[in-house]
Design a protein around this ligand. Structure first.
Ligand code: SF4
Ligand code: SF4
Length: 144
C-alpha cells in the first residue's frame, strides 16, 4: 500500500486494498433514507439495515450484501456517480469532491475506534429495521 495513498491517488487509481482501507467504518451508508416524492428531498432516519452489527458497525454478510439487500450500494471505481448518495462525511464522497479526510479518520489516527470515539459513526444512535416503526417516525432531518 502506498504511504498516504489517498493524498496521491485518485479514487480510480487505488488498489482494492487501498479502496477498502479508505472506508472509515461509520456505517452511515447502512441507514434507511426516505425521499419526499413531491420535493425530491432526501431525509435520513435512525433506522439501520438488519444485517449491520451495530456494535462494530460492520456488515454481517459483506460478501453477499448486494444480493441480500438489492438497494445496498456497493461503491467501486466504476460507479462513482453513486458516491453522492453517501453521507457528507463519507471518505469516498469527500475525496470525490476534492476535500481532505477528517482528522478523526482511522487512516490518520491509526486507530479504528477513532470514528466511534469522535461520534462520527452510528454506534449507539440507531435502531434495527426489524424493531422499528414506520420510517416516518424515525426521521432525523435532511440527508446531507
Ligand atoms: S458512509 Fe462511506 S465511509 Fe462510512 S461506512 Fe459507508 S462507505 Fe464507509
Ligand atoms: S447489507 Fe450490509 S452493507 Fe448493505 S446496508 Fe445492510 S448492513 Fe450495510
Amino acid at each position: 500500500m502506498t504511504k498516504n495513498f489517498w493524498q496521491h491517488k485518485t479514487l480510480s487509481e487505488m488498489t482494492g486494498d487501498e479502496w477498502e482501507q479508505l472506508c472509515d467504518g461509520c456505517a452511515k451508508c447502512c441507514l434507511h433514507k426516505i425521499e419526499d416524492e413531491e420535493t425530491g428531498l432526501i431525509f435520513g432516519t435512525n433506522v439501520v439495515c438488519q444485517y449491520l452489527d451495530e456494535q462494530n458497525c460492520q456488515c454481517r454478510d459483506y460478501a453477499h450484501r448486494s444480493v441480500l439487500v438489492p438497494e445496498c450500494i456497493t461503491l467501486n471505481p466504476d460507479n462513482l456517480e453513486q458516491v453522492y448518495f453517501m453521507p457528507s462525511t463519507c471518505s469516498y464522497r469527500l475525496l470525490a469532491e476534492g476535500k481532505s479526510l477528517p482528522d478523526w479518520h482511522p487512516l490518520l489516527t491509526g486507530n479504528k475506534e477513532s470514528v466511534h470515539e469522535s461520534g462520527n459513526s452510528i454506534r449507539g444512535k440507531v435502531i434495527c429495521e426489524l424493531e422499528a416503526d414506520d420510517l416516518m417516525y424515525h426521521l432525523t432531518g435532511e440527508w446531507d
